[in-house]
Design a protein. Structure first.
Length: 558
C-alpha cells in the first residue's frame, strides 16, 4: 500500500497519556462522586431514566482494578460528521481491551448507528487498527446520521447486540448521538439486558461541552486547519491588496468554530450567530456591519480584508428564519404545483405572493442565486436546504450593492472586489493534531475502563485539558447529568443540551474587546499549518477557547 511520509510517521506516534491511564489502563481504579442530578427538569428525567438517573461522576486513579481482566466483546459506532481523533478513540478502546485481556474483541458497526440496527459490522483486529492510528477520517468503519428512534429500531439494536454476544456498545458522537446513547443504555436495562452503553464526545463544531465536558475531540484540529487557511488568505490579501475575502465556516447551530478562528487569525469582521440572534440583527444590519469595516479601511487606502461567517448565520437572522419557515410551509402545501414549474422566475412568481408581505419582499430583494437556492434546492423532506445556502455569496453581493449605493452618494470612495470561500470538509478529516490524537486515544481508553468496570450510561470524559497530558483527569460523566427536556418536533424530549457561544463567556468577551480595532487596522495573525513534531509550544497548544474557558489553575475534580 502506498502511503504518505507523514502518514507513515504518524503510525509511530505514541499518544501521551494521563497519569491514571499510563502503563496499564486496566489498573485504573474508580473513584465515585455523589449521585448526580440532571442539568434541569430533574423529576421528568428521573421518571424517564429509571435505571440510569442519579449515577455519580467517576474519576480514575492509578491503582489496581482486578475486576477488569475479564474478556470482553465490544461494538463501536462512529456517528454523525467526521472529526479528527475518531480513529484514535477506536485505537485507545482496542488497546485497552487487549491489555485487559488478550481474548477481548472489538467489532466496528458499519456506516453509523444503522450498522447496529441492521447488524452490519466487522471485527477490528490489530492489523486493521494499525492502519488507522493517528489518522483523520472515519473511514475505518464509516459513519452515518441515522438515529435510533423508533421502537423497532431500539428492539433491533438490542437484538443485534445480543446476537453478537456484546458486553457493551460504544457510541462516538455529538449531542444528538449521545442523547441516543443515553436512551439506548436505559432501554437495554429496562429490557433486562446487561449490555452496557458508553459514549464519547465528538464534533468539530465544539457544541458538545458543559461544566463536565471541556471540549469535544476534533474541534482542535478543525479550527487549526481552518485558521491556517484563513491566515494564508489574509497574507494573500495583505500582499495583493485588492480583494475582500468572505469565508464561510462550518458550524451550523453554534459559532464556536468561527469564534476560535477569529481569535487565532484576527480578521476584520467575524459574525457570531448567537450575537446576531441576541441582538435581533436584520440582514441589512449585518450587511451594514461589514460595510462599516470596508469603508473605514478604504479611508486608509486598504481595499482588502477578511470576513468570517458561521455556516448557520442565516437561520439566526429573524427575517431570514421567518422566510425559511414560510417557504417550508408553502413547499409542503404546494409541492406538486411547485415541482411542475421548471423556471426560477415562475417559481418565484408562484411562491412570493403566498408569503407574508415582509417575507415576499425579502425573497424578491435577495440576489437571484440565493433566491434560487431557497426555492429550488430542497432536502429529501421537501424543505429548504439551509446548509446549501451560499451565505458568503449572499453577504458579498449585498455588501457590493450597498457600497455601490454609498459610492453614488459620495459616502464611499474605495474599490470593492470580493471573493467567496467555504471551509468545512477541508478540516473534518485532517491528521489529528497532537492534542486530538492524545485526547481521542485517552477517551477510548477511558471508555474501556468504564466498560470493564461494569458501568453503563456514561460519557467517557477527560478533563483538565489545558494542563500537560500527564495531569489530565480521566473518568466518566453520567449522560443524564448533561440532559434537560426540550421541545423537538412538537413534543418534549430528553436531550443533551447543545452548547452555544456564551456571549458572557471569556472567548466571546476577548473577541469583542478587540474586534473594533481589527475591523479597521490590518491586525492579521498567520498561525501556519498544524505542527506534529517540534517544541511543545508549537505542537501541543490547546485552542484559545479552551484556554480562556479553563484557565490553568489548581482544580478539584472529585
Ligand atoms: P456533527 O455535529 O455530526 O459532528 O457534524 C457537524 C458538521 O461538521 C457541521 O459543522 C456541518 O454543518 C455538518 O456536519 C455537515 O454535515 P454533512 O456531513 O452531513 O454534510
Amino acid at each position: 500500500m502506498h502511503i504518505s511520509a507523514l502518514q507513515k510517521a504518524r503510525y509511530d506516534y505514541i499518544p501521551k497519556l494521563p497519569e491514571s491511564l499510563a502503563q496499564d489502563a486496566a489498573a485504573a481504579s474508580l473513584v465515585f462522586g455523589a449521585p448526580a442530578q440532571s442539568a434541569a427538569d430533574q423529576a421528568e428525567l428521573k421518571a424517564i431514566f429509571k435505571h440510569t438517573y442519579g449515577k455519580p461522576v467517576i474519576t480514575f486513579e492509578k491503582g489496581s482494578n482486578l475486576q477488569i481482566r475479564r474478556p470482553l466483546n465490544v461494538g463501536v459506532i462512529l456517528s454523525g460528521g467526521q472529526a479528527p481523533g475518531g480513529h484514535n478513540v477506536i485505537a485507545g478502546l482496542y488497546d485497552g481491551l487487549k491489555k485487559g485481556n488478550a481474548d477481548s474483541k472489538l467489532r466496528g458497526f458499519l456506516g453509523g448507528p444503522s450498522g447496529l440496527i441492521e447488524n452490519a459490522s466487522k471485527e477490528l483486529t490489530g492489523a486493521v487498527i494499525d492502519l488507522y492510528r493517528n489518522t483523520g477520517g472515519f473511514d475505518i468503519i464509516g459513519s452515518g446520521r441515522t438515529k435510533i428512534e423508533t421502537a423497532a429500531q431500539f428492539a433491533s439494536s438490542l437484538e443485534t447486540a445480543k446476537a453478537l454476544g456484546l458486553n457493551a456498545v460504544v457510541i462516538i458522537g455529538g449531542d444528538d448521538s449521545n442523547t441516543n446513547a443515553a436512551l439506548l443504555a436505559e432501554y437495554f436495562l429496562e429490557r433486562g439486558s446487561d449490555i452496557q452503553v458508553i459514549g464519547t464526545p465528538k464534533t468539530i463544531d465544539g457544541d458538545l461541552k458543559n461544566t463536565h465536558i471541556e471540549a469535544s475531540f476534533g474541534f482542535d484540529t478543525a479550527v487549526k486547519t481552518y485558521s491556517e487557511l484563513i491566515g494564508n488568505i489574509q497574507r494573500d490579501a495583505n500582499s495583493a491588496k485588492k480583494y475582500w475575502h468572505f469565508i464561510k465556516l462550518m458550524g451550523r447551530a453554534a459559532s464556536h468554530i468561527a469564534l476560535e478562528c477569529a481569535l487565532q487569525t484576527q480578521p476584520n469582521v467575524c459574525l457570531i450567530s448567537e450575537e446576531v440572534e441576541a441582538k435581533q440583527w436584520s440582514l441589512s444590519q449585518v450587511v451594514d456591519l461589514i460595510c462599516a469595516s470596508v469603508i473605514k479601511r478604504a479611508d486608509n487606502k486598504e481595499n482588502f480584508g477578511v470576513v468570517l461567517i458561521p455556516e448557520g448565520v442565516v437561520e439566526f437572522i429573524p427575517e431570514m428564519k421567518r422566510l425559511i419557515a414560510e417557504l417550508n410551509d408553502i413547499m409542503a402545501a404546494h409541492e406538486n404545483a411547485l415541482d411542475g414549474l421548471d423556471a426560477f422566475a415562475d417559481q418565484l412568481e408562484f411562491a412570493a405572493p403566498k408569503l407574508s408581505a415582509p417575507s415576499g419582499g425579502l425573497l424578491r430583494s435577495l440576489p437571484q442565486r440565493i433566491a434560487k437556492e431557497l426555492l429550488m434546492d430542497r432536502d429529501p423532506h421537501g424543505n429548504v436546504q439551509v446548509s446549501m445556502i451560499e451565505t458568503e455569496k449572499l453577504l458579498m453581493d449585498m455588501a457590493g450593492r450597498r457600497l455601490a449605493e454609498l459610492k453614488e452618494q459620495g459616502m464611499y470612495r474605495g474599490s470593492f472586489s470580493a471573493l467567496g470561500h467555504f471551509f468545512g470538509y477541508e478540516g473534518r478529516c485532517a491528521f489529528p493534531s497532537n492534542f486530538d490524537a492524545d485526547y481521542g486515544y485517552a477517551l477510548g481508553l477511558s471508555a474501556f475502563v468504564l466498560i470493564a468496570s461494569g458501568q453503563s450510561g456514561y460519557l467517557s470524559s477527560v478533563r483538565n485539558l489545558v494542563a500537560p497530558v500527564s495531569q489530565w483527569v480521566a473518568g466518566g460523566i453520567p449522560f443524564t447529568m448533561m440532559m434537560n427536556m426540550e421541545q423537538r418536533h412538537g413534543s418534549r424530549k430528553p436531550v443533551i443540551r447543545k452548547a452555544l457561544v456564551d456571549l458572557d463567556g471569556a472567548p466571546f468577551r476577548t473577541f469583542a474587546a478587540q474586534r473594533d480595532e481589527w475591523a479597521v487596522k490590518t491586525s492579521f495573525l498567520y498561525p501556519g499549518a498544524i505542527q506534529y513534531y517540534g517544541p511543545p509550544e508549537v505542537c501541543d497548544q490547546p485552542t484559545k477557547t479552551l484556554t480562556l474557558e479553563h484557565p490553568p489553575q489548581p482544580r478539584k475534580f472529585f
